[in-house]
Design a binder for this molecule. Structure first.
Ligand SMILES: *Cc1c(COP(=O)(O)O)cnc(C)c1O
Length: 222
């Protein structure tokens, strides 16, 4: 049995049944991604369009595909047809661009709002106080479906330091869910990576994004 297969099975045994795993596959090969899917991975996350296009075209129907990288506005036209969900929407401008392209494809794209929960230590994501307004803006776009929130948190030596970031994101998630805004379904909270997924699950994540624990350490590109 291959190492990736073993890693996926261990993880699937370990995490609660209601938590979904996104296999974060940046810089991995087609064969590596296929092994993860064959071992039971149902969702694959990709950061870079260029790296993932060929892999998705090959494996499209065997998994669902989440875009988890920074979205460059000029790449949206290529991202929309390939991906089932975009986890990293952080502005009204980006949401509008995705909505336009999705309309051209007659597609309803599921999105998460990326929350900048680490504030000054973190660059990507909408700041927490802007998230409710962004959520209601997205609820008015007919080709987007807001499904929840995602956060990275800052890079920290001590991962316990992420707990307040995850907790703050869960609080926004609950507030939006309780607000029952028409047209949005607060279903997914995507938080936690290989080193932090346990804390994230304790704080309410139901999607975790795992790269290293599935595929091993990333080799520097030659
Ligand atoms: C790479 C990546 C992950 C997974 O990171 P690991 O530490 O390798 O598990 C999760 N989320 C995003 C957005 C990533 O880019």
């Amino acid at each position: 049995m291959g190492l990736i297969t073993e890693n996926v099975r261990t993880l699937l045994r370990e995490i609660p049944k209601d938590v979904k795993i996104v296999a974060a596959a940046k810089s991995r090969t087609l064969d590596e991604v296929r092994e993860a899917i064959d071992a039971g991975i149902e969702i694959v996350g990709e950061n870079y369009l260029q790296d993932s296009k060929g892999i998705i075209e090959e494996l499209k129907d065997s998994a669902s595909w989440h875009f988890i990288g920074h979205v460059q506005k000029n790449k949206v036209k290529h991202i929309v047809p390939l991906f089932d969900m975009i986890e990293t929407v952080d502005s009204a401008e980006l949401a509008s661009i995705i909505d336009d392209i999705a309309a051209r494809h007659s597609k309803r794209v599921s999105v998460l709002i990326e929350v900048n929960s680490g504030l000054e230590l973190q660059k990507a994501g909408a700041v927490p106080e802007d998230v409710p307004a962004l959520a209601s803006f997205i609820s008015g776009l007919s080709n987007l479906k807001l499904k929840g929130l995602m956060t990275m948190g800052p890079f920290l030596e001590d991962i316990e330091g992420l707990r307040p970031c995850f907790c703050a994101t869960k609080k926004i998630f609950d507030e939006l869910r309780n607000a029952s805004i028409a047209g949005i379904e607060m279903e997914y909270l995507s938080m936690g990576m290989s080193d932090s997924y346990k804390i994230a699950i304790e704080e309410g994540a139901n999607i975790i994004r795992i790269g290293t624990l599935i595929f091993g350490s990333r080799q520097p590109k030659a």
